[in-house]
Design a protein. Structure first.
Length: 456
């Protein structure tokens, strides 16, 4: 059995206090993801059309459901702030842990800039003179500070804004329902291609990252497992309830938005919901202004929650010696990994201004950032499922309060679909795939050597 990463070669045994209950964890599970219902997914329409993207989304929903039902076994058996890093480290040793840890960091560091840019775009609807990028930087400043002030405050805030965001999505569906037409949704539904032709299938494959965006980061609850009360009870409830909530919201938002006019005008934009609602109630309606303002709660919930998850991953890797030890420091008053939160913010701000890099190609900045986050997620999911199988063989007596449902078939299905999704995203985005591979290899091997040097 490999060493437990939380102790680490630098001798730190710092632990985070278990203060979060089931409702707060459910709010975190949904809040981490709910911005995906507000923006980002409509880029998938540009590739696959409404019907093609619906098929892709259903496949991805099956992947996430099977993954979460398997993931809870590890989360409850090893409730460590490192999450996937801790599982892979225990199953495959230091290098395996480094790969999983850095894949998670890529996911959780690249997702917040996309959300921050969407916050800027939403605010520009009300204040056209604002610059979306600098508005995104300001959002980082506010929510880094809130995360530093304490996990209970941060999680309570997350629960409140998540409930408001869910309510707003339900209001959106209710308001646009009178203007919904299945004929409008299905028109050009395969992006102008014939059904099940190679071109249509290619479009559905290319839309995969944006279907993943509907559910991306729900696994971030694992990074709060160390701060959960009775994790063997609260975490499974949070995950299962959160996944059901998100599937219903994702399908409802996508179908209703696509059925109120020509959906092609909503592809490749960051604010599809306000544009869809404006078609039904008019650009000057109070409903529209309410959607813009309350819609920010959905973006804020995910932005705030993912910063929390990313900082815990950095904290855990630093505690185990894979990153500078300073990043594992806990604030003496607030009990939060404040330097890891600051590092998360600085990396995200750098990504916001990365639109001049050649690596992005001709994709919109938001689409490119989403794709990078998805690449990180798919590698981490694959490493996690592999860890589940490895630990079943290596540690058969490990206490598993919530064994994987349908083992080994459900975890095997999750691993198969994750592998297919990863291959699809790389095939559709070879430039970003190459850049991600180089980044992951350099970071993982570099931190592995750093750990060996520190521990020697």
């Amino acid at each position: 059995m490999h060493e437990t990463p939380s102790a680490g070669p630098v001798g730190r045994s710092t632990r985070l206090a278990p203060v979060l209950g089931a409702w707060q964890l459910w709010g975190l599970a949904v809040g981490l993801v709910i911005s995906g219902e507000y923006f980002g997914w409509s880029y998938g329409w540009a590739h696959a059309g409404t019907l093609g993207f619906l098929v892709t989304t259903l496949v991805v929903a099956v992947m996430y459901t099977s993954f979460i039902f398997s993931f809870t076994e590890l989360t409850t058996a090893i409730p460590d702030a490192g999450g996937p890093f801790a599982y892979a480290c225990r199953a495959f040793g230091p290098l395996g842990g480094a790969i999983a840890g850095w894949a998670t960091i890529v996911e959780f560091v690249f997702a917040p800039p996309a959300i921050a840019l969407a916050i800027g775009t939403y605010l520009c609807v009300q204040f056209p003179r604002l610059d979306p990028q600098w508005t995104a930087v300001a959002a980082y400043g506010v929510f880094m500070a809130l995360n530093i002030l304490g996990v209970t405050l941060a999680a309570t805030f997350e629960l409140v804004v998540t409930l408001l965001a869910i309510g707003e999505l339900l209001v959106f569906m209710g308001v646009v329902a009178p203007g919904f037409s299945w004929a409008s949704f299905a028109a050009h539904g395969w992006a102008g291609r014939d059904v099940l032709t190679p071109a249509a299938i290619s479009g559905m494959l290319a839309a995969t990252p944006f279907a993943v965006w509907f559910f991306l980061a729900i696994e971030g609850v694992a990074m709060a497992a160390e701060e959960a009360r009775e994790p063997h009870r609260t975490i499974p409830r949070a995950y299962i309830g959160g996944m059901l909530t998100l599937v219903v919201l994702a399908l409802g938002v996508m179908v209703f938005a696509g059925g109120v006019g020509d959906w092609r005008e909503l592809a490749n934009i960051n604010d599809p919901l306000p544009r869809a609602m404006a078609r039904v109630v008019g650009a000057s309606s109070g409903w529209l202004h309410m959607l813009v303002w309350l819609g920010l709660f959905g973006l804020v919930a995910s932005f705030h929650g993912i910063i929390m998850g990313a900082s815990r991953q950095i904290f855990a890797m630093a505690r185990a010696g894979y990153l500078p030890e300073a990043l594992a420091r806990v604030h003496p008053r607030f009990g939060t990994p404040w330097l890891a939160i600051v590092a998360t913010g600085l990396a995200g701000i750098a990504a916001i201004f990365s639109d001049s890099l050649v690596v992005l190609g001709d994709q919109p900045l938001t689409a490119a950032i989403v794709t990078m986050a998805v690449l990180g997620a798919m590698v981490m999911y694959g490493m996690t499922m592999a860890s589940l199988f490895a630990l079943r063989l290596q540690e058969p007596t490990l206490q598993r309060p919530f064994p994987a449902i349908g083992y080994p078939w459900v975890p095997a299905l999750a691993l198969l679909l994750v592998t297919c999704c990863l291959g699809t995203v790389v095939w559709s985005n070879p430039g970003l795939g190459f850049s991600f591979g180089v980044l992951l290899a350099v970071a993982a091997v570099g931190s592995w050597h750093w750990r060996r040097r520190v521990s020697s």
